[in-house]
Design a protein. Structure first.
Length: 361
């Protein structure tokens, strides 16, 4: 994808699920069900897919597992197949985002693999550089950006990220090939740091995406307004978070697409936010707490997502690469509770109508 086209697509505001890794009972890649999962996202209306990210399990990079390259290759094949079935005059292919992480040598190698497999951008994680100074971090980002357009990633420390200052983001935004930022610190102060840095940088070509699975609806509805000194006055500038790149949206994806469109309608027409949307914001966050296992500092978050997909028949089980990783005590009951409390949030009927076709291979 040409970089300007990529920027335009991201600026339009997309629902981008962070793809889980689908394993069989031997904890090996289940190619048939992995392909079915991506078909589900495409049919649900997702505008892109992120692969090789936290929801896909960082351990795919471990030498004894070595699934990073095979997963990118499988995605390349399946997404090419899905694209070929579309009418190019009316639809656009899904944006392909690859997680890129590690020290600089590893990150560049992963970016090169992503480009070789026709991925459009790299979601650049910085969790492996926890002790690095801003100078080192910015240099690292510059180097990776020479290989692939990059999406900045503010990942919360609880699942492997690190704190990133306003000053870092201002310098990060000087990198020409930055196309977007995924804001996922699960923290209001740090979220504001990123948006304020984008406004102060004047980078209107950088799209903002929420990764704050604990605050999805309000992130999408909020106008972020800040002042900036101008030569002869003080300017009041506004930016909005236009889409989501979310682990939460790897399940109930059809509903996520509808939710994004609904939020975009409020933003587009500057409508007052009604109480129904505020209630919905709490419902989505409550559901996320169950799926992500917030009660146990998110240690069961991947298994929680797997459990929803298992109930829908897309996954055979909830297996993770680490045999010790699974649902925590009480998490199954919490998932049962939010399923019963918020039936309008799930897309089980949509999946049931199409699942067999997706699983055909």
């Amino acid at each position: 994808m040409v970089q300007q086209d990529l920027r335009n697509r991201l600026a339009s505001g997309l629902a981008i699920p962070a793809s889980p890794l689908v394993l069989n009972s031997s904890r090996k890649l289940d190619e048939r069900r992995q392909r079915a999962l991506w078909k589900y996202y495409e049919a649900a209306g997702a505008g892109g897919i992120a692969i090789g990210v936290h929801t896909t399990q960082f351990a795919i990079r471990n030498p004894e597992i070595a699934l990073f390259r095979p997963l990118l290759q499988l995605a390349n094949e399946e997404l090419d197949r899905l694209d070929s079935r579309r009418d190019a005059a009316f639809t656009r292919h899904m944006v392909r985002i690859a997680g890129v992480c590690g020290e600089t040598t590893q990150a560049v190698a992963e970016a090169e693999l992503a480009v070789a497999h026709k991925f459009d951008a790299g979601l650049l994680g910085l969790g492996d550089l926890k002790r690095a100074s801003d100078d080192i971090l910015v240099g690292h980002c510059h180097t990776v950006a020479e290989t692939i357009p990059i999406i900045g990633f503010y990942l919360q420390p609880a699942v492997g990220g690190r704190v990133l200052s306003y000053g870092f983001w201002r310098r990060f935004l000087e990198i020409e090939s930055v196309v977007a930022i995924k804001i996922a610190p699960f923290n209001r102060y740090q979220t504001i740091d990123v948006v304020r840095a984008v406004i102060d940088s004047g980078r209107y070509d950088v799209a903002l995406y929420t990764g704050n699975d604990d605050n999805i609806v309000l992130d999408l509805l909020t106008p972020f307004r800040f002042t900036r000194d101008a030569p002869l006055s003080v300017e009041v500038l506004e930016r909005r978070i236009v889409g989501g790149l979310l682990g939460h949206w790897s399940v109930w994806t059809q509903r996520a697409v509808e939710l994004l469109q609904r939020c975009q309608g409020y933003s587009r027409y500057e409508q007052p936010i009604d109480h129904e949307m505020l209630r919905l914001a709490i419902e989505v966050t409550d559901a996320n707490a169950a799926l992500f296992d917030a009660a146990n500092l998110y240690s069961g978050c991947i298994a929680g997502l797997h459990e929803v997909l298992r109930r829908q028949g897309l996954l055979e089980g909830i297996w993770c690469l680490d045999p010790s990783e699974g649902l925590n005590v009480g998490q199954m009951e919490e998932i049962d509770r939010v399923y019963a409390a918020y039936p309008h949030l799930n897309d089980d009927s949509f999946v049931e109508c199409n699942r067999d076709e997706w699983l055909k291979g």
